[in-house]
Design a protein around this ligand. Structure first.
Ligand code: GRF
Length: 245
């Protein structure tokens, strides 16, 4: 379609681009599984984006490895199947992951979104969903991987931090980057105040990254993710922030 667009004149090209994006938006809702361990505010942001019609997703299953995760309650309140699977009940990480894969496959999940899921995924999960597992990290990857990223950013004294949505590739917060958002770090910030500022940005970019997947606009080449932004000038500030001069 893009090749046909290049061969034609300006207005026809614009028409083709618009119809391509309508095409993308008319894809079926992505069948989404969400993995959590705790509060579930990102899960809530995704549920709310679907509710507002900003994201076409069928959230079929939420799994938590913690029984007390508030996110399970959020899922049930939204009428979504919610399962607690205790990782301590399995002999190995791989065994636990096999169980996750089975549960996700039983719900025909196409895309898995980790949202505060405090477990590293083994190749069993990563290979079952290649370039189909997203995660969100509260820092600008590759800076400050692992836990306590907000505290690490404060302690280091960076002037900016942010958050990153990426495809899980097996390492710690090091997969191909889909979307990032930047927030300032203020002189009087502490871990909590910075985390709150970052959290607000997370709630914007995670539903957006899932939407890009649902619209078929992400291409992974090596460790780079290319976003089809033709006909989406309005989304520029989501992808390029701050905007170019
Ligand atoms: C978020 O800060 C996310 O970046 C990190 O874990 C936290 C989860 O928060 N991976 P919530 O459970 O979605 O509120």
């Amino acid at each position: 379609m893009a090749r046909r667009g290049r061969a034609r004149g300006g207005s026809q090209r614009a028409f083709l681009q618009v119809s391509m994006s309508i095409d993308a938006r008319s894809r079926p809702p992505v069948k989404l599984g969400i993995l959590i361990s705790g509060e579930g505010s990102n899960l809530q942001a995704i549920i709310d984006a679907v509710g507002r019609g900003e994201l076409s997703a069928d959230i079929r299953l939420v799994i938590s490895n913690k029984a007390q995760a508030h996110g399970l309650e959020r899922a049930r309140r939204a009428g979504i199947a919610a399962q607690f699977i205790d990782h301590r009940g399995f002999a190995s990480r791989e065994e636990f992951d096999r169980n996750l894969v089975n549960a996700l496959n039983a719900h025909e999940i196409e895309l898995v979104a980790c949202a505060g899921f405090m477990r590293l995924l083994s190749p069993v999960m990563v290979n079952a969903f290649p370039s189909r597992i997203m995660n969100i990290h509260p820092a600008l990857c590759p800076a400050f991987p692992g836990v306590d990223a907000q505290r690490a950013a404060c302690d280091y004294g960076v002037r900016f931090s942010g958050c990153t949505v990426f495809f899980v590739a097996g390492g710690v917060d090091d997969g191909p980057i889909i979307v990032q958002a930047i927030v300032p770090v203020m002189q009087n910030d502490n871990e909590q105040s910075l985390a709150a500022r970052i959290r607000a940005a997370e709630h914007r970019i995670y539903p957006y990254a899932i939407r890009l997947f649902q619209e078929g606009r992400l291409k992974v080449r090596g460790r780079r993710v290319f976003v089809d932004d033709s006909g989406h000038a309005d989304e520029r500030s989501m992808l390029i922030n701050p905007p170019p001069p």
